[in-house]
Design a protein around this ligand. Structure first.
Ligand code: OGA
Ligand code: MN
Length: 361
């Protein structure tokens, strides 16, 4: 599923792959004489569905484009579905700007904390307080193991969970140790954070949930939010039970290849997927990669639900707009004005976060 963007002989030929290539970030070939910054290639966005304009024209004139239906569900905002994609719902601007900021903060400070795992676990073991360490300019340094690294001076180190091999140090101490030990700055690690898993831990190598791994429950506030958001897609009389969540972090040029999320037992329950930060293009394909996917924008605060038949549909994110003009993060900028929030603003200006919440059993 993740990262599997259709590798194989036919990969280039499927309709899904073609759409991914159409929207992906490529740079213009620049002539040798030109000293200009490399420019992103222009992309034709005329066929990308725009939930924001759909919602605005529905609110102002009661009008909807063909194939789009407003769902009657007593939700406090309009919820839409696609006539020919049963089980797929989108809620433009579902989260207030305050809620968006709350979940951006949590995604950076809390969610990557052990026992939740991240993509960094495989190399560094559990890392505690990565976001704070990045703010403080700390450096993660490999401890012991090698004779060169047996210096016992560790007063400036930050506890690094169970992985005693790597510890955070102040930059100047790290510099002196870095001559003999491997090191990497916390800010580089933060930029390279690609995912964290909450609740039941997803094991990417086995492509399944590993119930033997230690985990915390999904935080209560996130549970409540997911339950509220899931409602339009839930079977009547049933309540959504959030058991796992995957948080995806996207920076410049990052994509999420076409995949299915099929490791949960009951596909009648939706995946609740929240977008935060920079605007992205989401591709919703069919049950085969050969099916022509639909492209739509997802902005900060938008929520998408995938239930029923939509659970069997390939989907992915071929493009995130991290440039100022297209990112559409101005509302977040005015919310993150306080000096203490500057670190979040700096991150989210050029990043997208997606939190998708699942009922596993
Ligand atoms: C996923 C997923 C979509 C997104 O994590 O399974 O499909 O909008 N994410 O990032
Ligand atoms: Mn998915």
């Amino acid at each position: 599923m993740y990262g599997s963007d259709g590798a194989g002989d036919n990969a280039e030929r499927t309709a899904f792959r073609k759409a991914e290539k159409k929207y992906k970030l490529y740079y213009e070939e620049h002539s040798k004489s030109s000293k200009k910054k490399k420019q992103p290639q222009q992309v034709d966005l005329s066929e990308v569905l725009d939930p924001k304009s759909i919602s605005e024209s529905y609110n102002q004139k009661g009008e909807l484009p063909p194939g789009i239906v407003a769902v009657n569900c007593g939700f406090n905002r309009p919820v839409f579905r696609l006539e020919d994609r049963p089980g797929f719902y989108f809620i433009p601007g579902a989260l207030t700007v305050e809620e968006q900021c709350q979940w951006i903060r949590a995604s950076l400070r809390k969610f990557p904390q052990p026992p939740n795992r991240t993509n960094h676990n495989a190399i560094y073991g559990p890392i505690r307080n990565l976001f704070v360490a990045a703010q403080e300019g700390k450096v993660l340094v490999e401890e012991e193991g090698s004779d060169n690294c047996s210096d016992s001076e560790s007063s400036a180190s930050v506890s690094n969970g169970d992985a005693h091999r790597w510890k955070f140090y102040e930059e100047d101490i790290a510099r002196s140790r870095a001559k003999s030990c491997k090191s990497v700055s916390a800010s580089v690690l933060l930029r390279k954070l690609r995912w964290s898993t909450l609740g039941l831990q997803f094991d990417w190598s086995k492509r399944n949930y590993d119930v033997s791994l230690p985990c915390n429950k999904i935080p209560d506030a996130l549970c409540q939010l997911a339950k509220r958001m899931a409602e339009p897609a839930m079977p009547i009389g049933e309540e959504f039970r959030p058991e796992a969540a995957i948080v995806n972090y996207f920076g410049l040029g990052d994509t999420l290849g076409g995949h299915l999320d099929d490791m949960e037992a009951d596909w009648s329950k939706p995946i609740v997927s929240m977008s935060l930060g920079c605007k992205a293009i989401f591709l919703l394909g069919g049950k085969s990669r050969q099916d022509e996917p639909l492209a739509m924008f997802l902005r900060s605060g938008d929520v998408v639900l995938m239930a029923g038949e939509a659970r069997e549909c390939f989907h992915g994110v071929p493009r995130v707009f991290t440039d100022e003009e297209n990112a559409e993060v101005t509302p977040l900028e005015s919310q993150f004005l306080h000096i203490d929030d500057h670190c979040y603003l700096e991150y989210i200006r050029t990043s997208r976060i997606n939190i998708n919440i699942r009922q596993v059993f």
